[in-house]
Design a protein around this ligand. Sequence first.
Ligand code: ATP
Length: 345
Amino acid sequence: MTTLRLQGIDKKWDGFHAVKNLDLQIEDREFLVLLGPSGCGKTTTMRMIAGLEEPTSGDLYFDAQRVNGIAPRLRDVSMVFQNYGLYPHMTVRDNIAYPLKLRRQPAAEIEAAVQRAAGRVELQHLLQRLPAELSGGQRQRVALARSIVRKPRVFLMDEPLSNLDAKLRGTMRAELRHLARELEVTTVYVTHDQVEAMTLATRVAIMKEGVLQQIDTPENIYNRPANAFVAGFIGSPAMNLLHGDGDQERFLVGGGHVVAVQPPRAGKLILGVRPEDVQLAREPGTANLLGEVYAFELLGDNTLVTVKLEGQYFVAKLEKGERVKECDPIAFCIRPKRLYWFDAE
Ligand code: ATP
C-alpha cells in the first residue's frame, strides 16, 4: 500500500526550469499516466520519484515518509526505462532473476518467478540469450519482465512499450493493465502516446513545459479538457481549435468567415470542435460552418476531410461513403452541445 505525494516540486538545471511547482498525489494502487509532448518534464518527474534525481525544492513522500535524499535502492521501486538498463554480460534469465537474487530467494522460487514473468511478455524461448543478441523490442520486454518479477511498493515505467511493433504493443498494453490490477501496485507510467494513456490510466496527468495542466480520469480529460492545450493534445485526429472573435450571436474566424454558433461571451476566443462531432449539412439552413475542401483521406471506415477557413484548417471525420471533392464548397452542422470554448489569452 503506497500513496505518493509530490508537494511544490521544482527541478532546475543551470537556470533551466524542467519541472515547475508540481503538486501531485498518486493514490494507493492507482495507475497514473504522465502524458505530454517531448521535453515537458515527464521523465524528470519520474526520475525524482525513483531517487535518480533530487528535486531542487519541494517535498516527496511515500505514504507518511519523506523520501527526499533517500537512495533509489531503499525506496523499493521497480523501474523500466526507455534505455532498458539491462546487464550486458548476463543472459535474459539472469537479468530477469536479478532482483530476486539480490533478495536471496531460493533457486526454485526464482526459476518459477522468472518463467512466469517471461511468459507474460512472451520471452520464454529467449532466456539463454544475451541482451546484445536481442532486438530492441525484445530487450524492452526483458526490462519489463525484470520489473514485474517481484512486487515492489511502486512501479515506475518510462515508455516501456515504445520499441514494440503495433501488434505487440496492443497485447502488452492489455497485459500491463491486467498486471497492474492483479498486483495492486501503485504505478506511474510515462508516455507521449495518448492511446496508451487513455487505455491504461486510472487518471492521466498532462504536462506542458514543466507545468501540470490537468489531472483527471481519461473520460474527463477527453470530455472536459481544462484548457486548449489539453483539448488539442487528446483525441485522434486532434480537436479543431479555431481562433476568432465572439460577439453576441456569432463567432468570426479570421477576416470574416462566420461560424453561426453563439459564443459564451464577446472577445478573443478559441472554438474547439472534435472532428467526429460534425456532420455534413443535408438541408439548407442547418449548416453552421461553411468552407472549402482542401484535402481528404479515405480511411478504412471513414473519410477525413480537411477544410480551409480563412487561413485556418478544420478536420472533419465523415462516415464511410460520403463523397467529397477537392475545392468544392462544403457545409457542416456542428452540434452545439459538443462545442468547447477557450479563452484565447
Ligand atoms: P521525452 O518524452 O522526450 O522523454 P520528457 O517529457 O520526459 O521528454 P524530460 O526528459 O523530463 O522530458 O526533460 C525535460 C527537460 O529537461 C528537457 O528540456 C530536457 O532537455 C531537460 N533536461 C533533462 N535532463 C537534463 C539535464 N541532466 N541537464 C539539463 N537539462 C536536462
